[in-house]
Design a protein around this ligand. Sequence first.
Ligand SMILES: C[S@@+](CC[C@H](N)C(=O)[O-])C[C@H]1O[C@@H](n2cnc3c(N)ncnc32)[C@H](O)[C@@H]1O
Length: 277
Amino acid sequence: MIEKKCDSDFENLKKNVKDLLGFNTFQYKDTYLGRRFDTRLRALHIDTYHAYWDLLKKDEAEQKKLLNDLTINVTEFFRDNSVYALFKNEVLPNVIKQTDGEIRIWSAGSSDGKEAYSIAMLAVEALGENRARSKVEIIATDIDRACLQKATNGVYETRPGLTQTDIEKQMRFIEHPAKYFDIEGNTYTAKPCLKQLVSFQYHDLISGLKKKNFDIIFCRNVVIYFNRELQEVLCMDYYNALNPGGYFVMGKTETLIGEARDCFKSYTSRERIFIKE
Ligand SMILES: C[S@@+](CC[C@H](N)C(=O)[O-])C[C@H]1O[C@@H](n2cnc3c(N)ncnc32)[C@H](O)[C@@H]1O
């Protein structure tokens, strides 16, 4: 937060943004919100939160831009090598054994779908010839409707050479990406065989209905933006949403806090994978 701006203006902006856009500002860290607001103020050459609110309330295009900035969507296929290596080699085979191939997975805060599609591809590969006898259901949720639409379309542009967007490089866990994507020039389009495994849904982790009966939950690089109290609540929500023996996969810089620390058993502390015994 830029210091010259006043605290009460900041609090007013938080409240007004919540009322206007339905974005639960009070559950996010102030440092995070401050950085997001300041990005918009700088882009518009505005000095105060008060002046920004005067503009925001009348300007629909700016409302969209702010919402877009508030939901950081950075993601990639198979984000974090060691996490997906463990997921592929240990977690999935364990879960397939436990469930006899009837697996329910939740990608919470799924952004534009790359996480959910990564999970889906690995599940298909892990099931191998048992795929026909199995049932894989992946629910992928987010509050960013543009991201959900992109995920549902399943069309991704690659830019070879740039790590963030080089899909070919990101596909390191998949021997034949063309099994799952139609690849034309720089465009990867998810095939129906991949899309049918994932259902994308609008769901707010803060105010949405509690979900249940999952064998695996990925909630990676999402709770890090929330305040501590909410992180504690969500960690327990994930615990309650898992079946016994289920796995919870967090982001590599995230950690369990509160009651959930005593409930979950750590599967690997480095990769932030936890198990509900
Ligand atoms: C940085 S992305 C993480 C994407 C993916 N999980 C990964 O690790 O690559 C964070 C996502 O969380 C979503 N998000 C933020 N607040 C949310 C909320 N209250 N409920 C659901 N999703 C939320 C954002 O819209 C964004 O798509």
